[in-house]
Design a protein around this ligand. Structure first.
Ligand SMILES: Cc1ncc(COP(=O)(O)O)c(C=O)c1O
Length: 410
């Protein structure tokens, strides 16, 4: 047999069926277009690099690569994660009402990896994942590979549990988990009240399913009082993390730096042990040197650094809310978050976020159209605005431009 230089291999015809559900992220595609200095972008969802604790990381990396330390930092390590970092997390979780031990913690490559692992652990094709409407599109992306069905989960709605179960069965599977952000959700910025958290736990209990609590933004609170994580509330009720159905996902991405890819999962030991097996098969472990650096920096500057971020981002949130008040025409609504990185805008009915973006880009302002955050692509008259990346003056100018574009479209 001879190899013909002109015959394309067409390997995409061999891809598994599950790849049909994997779509390019609208956000990532969009971010590629935004590398122009004159665009004011509210499209990203990332921390401001001006506030990375760079010096602390420089020192931590130098120390980790010193002659005495490099043998550990550059070596393979355990799948569970770097022990001193897991111990720091035990303390941190304790401060938030979650009593646990090191064995309840797995270090992951960002919380995104934990979402993928939990999809792998729980979802057979056609199983039901209950999600908020809208929800973090990266979670939908992670779960999609496991071919679930999505159903809307609203802790305030009184939809009978039996109906949710019956719909899941009719679709050919079972309800496996509820996935929710408890604080300053991406994309809405909305926080669940303690009552709503307790309702989520009660409904999950009735459904016999897991709760995945995504706490990526938990530390970024600018006003109002902390609400305990769902895992803490469940431990209060049940007395022991080993009896809990909540799986808590934390991340250093929004507090220290996303580039190191360090996050963590906290849950009852059998869940963590299964996640460890998944990690062994997937990537063996999270990068040793990154965990060592994060441990060093967290122990050195975490609280002070978070205090700085709260001040900077809090001022930016205020600037955005004030600018929206000033520049949005009648009929436009938006959320008023107490933290996080996003404000969620609802346009007058009939106006589409995606169409608006085309016009907004002409006016040199960008955002993410909201339809992509709905598992069914509905609610296209919405958009997500990020405020963490822009100083107040830019926010004012960008929202003024956006107000003009919306007014012209009404
Ligand atoms: C709600 C939410 N969860 C998880 C992630 C993933 O974060 P990481 O993998 O960097 O921890 C993000 C990132 O934007 C997010 O917004």
């Amino acid at each position: 047999m001879s190899l013909s230089p002109k015959s394309p291999a067409r390997l995409n015809t061999l891809f598994a069926k599950r790849t049909q559900k994997m779509k390019a992220s609208e956000i990532r595609e969009l971010l590629k277009l935004l590398d122009q200095p004159d665009i004011i972008s509210f499209a990203g969802g990332i921390p401001d690099p001006a506030y990375f604790p760079r010096v602390a990381f420089e020192q931590a990396m130098l120390k980790a690569t010193s002659e005495q330390a490099a043998g550990i930092a550059l070596q393979y390590s355990t799948s569970e994660g770097y022990t001193p970092l897991r111990d720091w997390i035990v303390d941190y979780m304790g401060r938030h009402g979650v009593t646990c031990t090191r064995d309840n913690i797995l270090i992951t490559a960002g919380s995104q990896q934990a979402l993928d692992y939990l999809g792998k652990l729980f979802l057979d094709p056609n199983d039901t994942a209950l999600v908020a409407w809208p929800t973090y599109m990266g979670a939908l992306g992670a779960f999609n590979a496991y071919e679930p069905r999505y159903d809307r989960f609203d802790p305030q709605a009184n939809r009978p549990v039996e109906d949710i179960e019956a719909d899941a069965e009719a679709a050919g599977g079972r309800v496996k988990f509820v996935y929710l952000s408890s604080d300053f959700a991406n994309p809405t910025g909305v926080t669940l009240t303690e009552d709503q958290r307790l309702t989520v736990l009660k409904r999950a209990e009735a459904l016999g399913c897991a709760v995945i609590e995504d706490a990526a933004y938990q530390e970024l609170r600018y006003t109002g009082a902390e609400v305990k994580p769902m895992l803490a509330l469940e431990i209060e009720e049940k007395g022991d993390i080993e009896d809990c159905r909540t799986i808590y996902l934390g991340s250093f991405s929004k507090t220290l730096a996303p580039g190191l890819r360090v996050g963590w999962a906290v849950a009852a030991k059998p869940v963590i042990q299964q996640m460890v097996l998944t990690k062994q098969a997937a990537d063996l472990q999270t990068a040793t040197i990154n965990q060592i650096a994060v441990n060093e920096v967290a122990r050195g500057v975490f609280d002070d650094h978070v205090a700085t971020l709260r001040e900077v981002y809090g001022a930016r949130l205020n600037a955005m809310l004030a600018a929206l008040e000033r520049h949005m025409p009648e009929g436009v609504e938006w959320t008023r978050p107490e933290g996080g990185m996003f404000v969620w805008v609802t346009l007058p009915k009939g106006m589409g976020g995606a169409e608006l973006l085309v016009k907004a880009l002409e006016a040199k302002v960008a955002f993410v159209p909201g339809g992509a955050f709905y598992a069914d692509g509905s609610h296209t008259n919405t958009l997500r605005l990020n405020f963490s990346m822009s100083p107040a003056a830019k926010i004012e100018e960008g929202i003024a431009r956006l107000g003009d574009v919306i007014r012209a479209g009404i």
